[in-house]
Design a protein around this ligand. Sequence first.
Ligand code: FES
Length: 156
Amino acid sequence: MAESTEDPRMTRRECLAWLGRAAAVAGCVSACSPAWAGDGEKKMANIMALPSGSAKEYDDPDLILVRTETGVAAYPRVCTHKHTPLAVDDAGAIVCPLHGSQFGYDGKPVTGPATRALKGFQVRVDESGNVWVDTGKRVEGGTFAPLPAWAQPKSK
Ligand code: FES
């Protein structure tokens, strides 16, 4: 049986070609990631347009902001049941139009069939009340960014 005389090591040219293909695959994986996969902080709103005890949908990126007396939280607009887009109904509830799940402002399911809580995005509210969301950083549902002092509820 004749032995191969080929050198099993990659030539420099083969190695560069392989690295190029690997980079192309990495770029494709990155491009195929969800639209909210981390472009850093983005200013989404000002709390003056988000009354306490309300939720509002946004398209770019697809998320829902909620404001309570505690602060502001952000969630992806994707149901944890079958990944259908979520909506905010006329009463301000976070709902799934497909099967009717409803989520509280803490991200927890209030009614099923969804059983898993929404995971949030990191939020920051600056001194002017601007709401900044970093879709590359995930936090537990119910993580609220504090409001600036002037927007906090007055203690009695
Ligand atoms: S996809 Fe949302 S409840 Fe089924």
